[in-house]
Every structure is written in C-alpha cells, then in structure tokens.
Write a protein that binds this ligand. Structure first.
Ligand code: GCO
Length: 476
C-alpha cells in the first residue's frame, strides 16, 4: 500500500473534559453536578478522589494554552460544564460561567488553536437529576436543547466544531447498568429508555445547531470497540456479529439514520427491554443527522459463542465491550467476551490494538459514509517523574505512533479523517481511578493524597508529538 500524506488541514490535537480538569467546583456561581454529589459518597472513587480541584485548569488555563501553543497544537477539544452556565440546569444564565469559556476560547483563537467544544461530557446538573431523574425523563430533551442553543448563540461566532454527547454508550452503561457512575442504578429496561431520551436530545440539538451555525459541524463522540470473533467457527463469528449489532450499531445507526437496527430491536423487544417510543420520535431522530462521527478509540473486544444452557453472564451484560474486557462477561445465547491472546494489555488490562483503529475507521466509513473525527485515543499508565524531573513515557510514544500509522493507513484506504485528539493534553482526574492513571502529554504534579503544587511538566511524548505536528505526520 502506498501511504497517502495526512491532509494539509488535518486537525492535530488533544482533548479533555471539564470535570476531569477544571476544579473550582463551586466557584463563580457554578451549580453542583451529579459528579460533585457522587464523588462524596464513600467508596465510589479511588481513595475518595474528587474533581474539586482536579488539575486546576479553571485557574491555569492560560498556562495550559501556552503549552498547547508551544507544541504547535492545531485543535483543542474540551467540554463545557453545564452547571457553570445554568447552575440548576435551566433558568437564568450565570454570566461568569460564559465568561470563563469566553476567555478560554479567545486564548485558543489568539494562538491559532481551533476549539472543539463538547456540550456534554457526563457532568449533569444535579438539580435536574433531583427534579425529574435527568436522562430518565423526556424533559431532559428540552433542557439539554436550551442549554446547547445558548452556547450556539454565544460561541458560534468563534467555535465551528462541536461534539454533542460524549460516549453515550459509556455514561449510560456505567450509570444505569453497572451502577459505577451516577446515578448508580442497575436497571436494564431503564438503561434502554435513558438511551432513547439521550438519542432524542442528541438529535434535537443537532437539528437546532444548523440554524445558528450554518458553517459549523457537529456530531456525537462514540466509544467504538470493534468486535472480533475468537475463531473462525461460525458460532464465534455470529457471536461477534451479535455484539457489533447490540453494542455499536444500536447507537451509531440511530445517530446516522434515525432508526434502531432490526436485529437488536427484535432481540430487545422479545426480552421486554425495547424503549417506549412516542409519535414523532423517529422523525426527530432523522432530522438530527450529524455532520461527522466522533470516534473515541481505545481497544477492540473479542467474542465467542455463549450457549443458552449454562451460559456465562446471565445477570451480567456487556453493553459496550469497552472496559476491562479480559474478564468473562456476556449474554447467554448471544456472546461471551474473552481476552484476545494475540494482543498485549496495558497495566489497566486494556488491549493494545492499533490495527483495530484502522478496522474501526473502515467499518464506520463503509456503513455510514461520514467524515470521522478521532475525538479520543491514548494510553493510561502509571507515569512517574524520575529523579531528573523527566517523565520517560516512551511506551506512550510507541502507543501513539502505532495508532497514528494506523490512521494514515486508513486515510490511504479512503477514510475521511478530520483530525486526531490525543486523550489527554495534561494529566487529569480519572473518573474512578484518581490521579494514578495518567493519560497526559503534560504531567501534572497532583496526587490522591497530600498537598501538591500542580506544576506542569512536559513528558517525552510532548516533545515527540510536537514533531509529529510540525511535520504533519511525516516524522513518526
Ligand atoms: C478515565 C477514563 C476517561 C475517559 C474519558 C472518556 O480513566 O477516567 O479513561 O479519562 O477516557 O473521559 O471520554
């Protein structure tokens, strides 16, 4: 294969999420989010870590943007904390909240860094959870749309790239199936209903978007973990097909075509798990077609057959296939997840599979034909500052290099890739794993316990990625 060069305007960047970086959790009129509440319940997060301070980006955003500029970054993906704009989820706007993002965006623009704004990266106003159960009610559609429209009106002159919902499949799975994220509920039926509301809310904001920002682009970010069959046994291949249908097409088909895939729908209906649909829902879903799909890629998932009799995981369902998939889990009659023996795994037990990224990009292109923004990809590890004050994260360089090569191969295959956001720019708070699981190109001196100075230190990967950007992907 002759490799094509990266497009001239390729968006080389990195990403973050408000709750994971900002801190200042109750400053300048910000309201409480579901996470502000959840982390205060004992035992929910690693050593009880919270995002109260996180990496203090709220106060240090200028320094962070300076580091981005110095690296030559073309784009920065960040999310807005809904509760800074509407402390109670709706009602009166908190001007101070808008101001913070004005400053951040202006700082990015001055430094010629294209902002990519995520509307929702999991921090729901707690007031809406209390009032009507948040995503559990259709009322969320109107509130999420109003909030989003305010951002379109206010930032639309400067922000052209928008992500609607970040990893809907993950936040609903953790929130309503595994009960490891707020609101900490296990209810399969509700899980699908919540997802239906989120799909409608997503479509509703996309539909509004083009009225306010006709020259802008918007799409959801999906955590896609391509399904592999464990063997060439047709039963294993069928298991992988089942997983692809239920864990990926269920969401992406609905985003793009405004309808649920038949096989998954029939299966869920038979089980009594299909969501209740109201008149007009499918019209709205169809009207909210995204301009691109955001792909958050970390790993692939491998499946084998799981016979109904004595099958694994009757109460355990793997709706995402993303995280911690070396443990057996599955749905009897459909599939069972196994650790792929061909792939190495990180210290967090995620497999490392750059070729899986090329496969993801090709599958998405063949099925949906939309441009793809790689809105997240990166490696979480126990990075350490050594005695010379250096972070030797050569394993991260290797990880990023192999994935960037896979992207170039996919581009050469004909996939339209808009850009690549490394997760993450600075180290940040891992929702459940505190500060020990680090993803950043920039180290932040912040830990679970004690008082730390939060200073920023460029890792080896920072210098490496700088060269990649400078050379538009020719120096890997
Ligand atoms: C973590 C997670 C996150 C996610 C990100 C998803 O360790 O908390 O890996 O950092 O990757 O928030 O969009």
């Amino acid at each position: 294969q002759t490799l094509k060069p990266f497009p001239k305007d390729f968006l080389w960047g990195a990403a973050s999420a408000a709750y994971q970086v900002e801190g200042a959790w109750d400053e300048d009129g910000k309201g409480a989010s579901n996470w502000d509440k959840f982390v205060r319940i004992p035992g929910k997060t690693f050593k009880g870590t919270t995002g109260d301070v996180a990496v203090d980006h709220y106060h240090r955003y200028k320094e962070d943007v300076r580091l981005m500029a110095e690296m030559g970054m073309k784009t920065y993906r960040f999310s807005v904390a809904w509760t800074r704009i509407f402390p109670n989820g709706r009602g009166e706007i908190n001007q101070k909240g808008l101001e913070f993002y004005d400053h951040l965006i202006n700082e990015l623009k001055v430094n010629k860094i294209e902002p990519i704004l995520t509307l929702y990266h999991w921090d729901l106003p707690q007031a809406l959870q209390d009032e009507y159960g948040g995503w559990e009610s259709r009322r969320i559609i109107e509130d999420f749309t109003n909030y989003s429209v305010e951002l379109f009106k206010h930032f639309g002159d400067r922000v052209k790239y928008w992500v609607s919902l970040n990893e809907q499949n993950i936040f609903t799975n953790h929130g309503y199936h595994l009960a490891t994220h707020p609101p900490g509920i296990k209810d399969e039926k509700l899980f699908y209903q919540v997802n239906h509301h989120a799909n409608l809310a997503n479509a509703s904001v996309i539909k509004e978007f083009h009225k306010y920002i006709p020259d802008g682009k918007i799409g959801p970010s999906f955590a896609y973990s391509p399904s592999y069959a464990a063997s060439s046994s047709p039963k294993d291949i069928m298991a992988a097909e089942n997983a692809e249908e239920l864990n990926s097409h269920w969401w992406m088909d609905t985003y793009v075509w405004g309808k649920y895939p038949e096989v998954a729908w029939n299966y869920l209906e038979e089980k009594g798990l299909a969501p209740l649909i109201e008149k007009g829902d499918f019209d709205l879903l169809k009207e909210g077609k995204p301009d691109f799909i955001g792909l958050n890629y970390y790993q692939t998932t491998t499946f084998e057959e799981n016979p109904l009799e004595g099958g694994i995981g009757s109460s355990e369902m793997n709706t995402t296939g993303k995280k911690g998939t070396s443990k057996d889990s599955g749905i009897p009659g459909l599939y069972k997840t196994i650790a792929n023996p061909n792939l190495e795994r990180t210290n967090w037990d995620w497999n490392i599979d750059p070729q899986g990224l090329r496969i993801a990009l090709r599958r998405m292109t063949n099925r949906y034909g939309l441009p793809i923004l790689i809105s997240e990809n990166g490696l979480g590890e126990y990075d350490k500052l050594d005695a010379d004050g250096v972070v030797q994260d050569d394993y991260r360089i290797e990880y990023l290099r192999s994935h960037i090569i896979a992207i170039q191969e996919a581009i050469s295959d004909g996939v339209d890739v808009m850009g690549y956001c490394v997760w993450s720019f600075t180290d940040l708070l891992s929702w459940l794993n505190g500060f020990q699981k680090r993803y950043g190109l920039v180290y932040v001196n912040q830990h679970e316990e004690g008082v730390h100075d939060l200073r920023r230190i460029k890792k080896n990967s920072y210098y490496w990625y700088k060269k990649v950007i400078e050379s538009n992907g020719t120096s890997l």
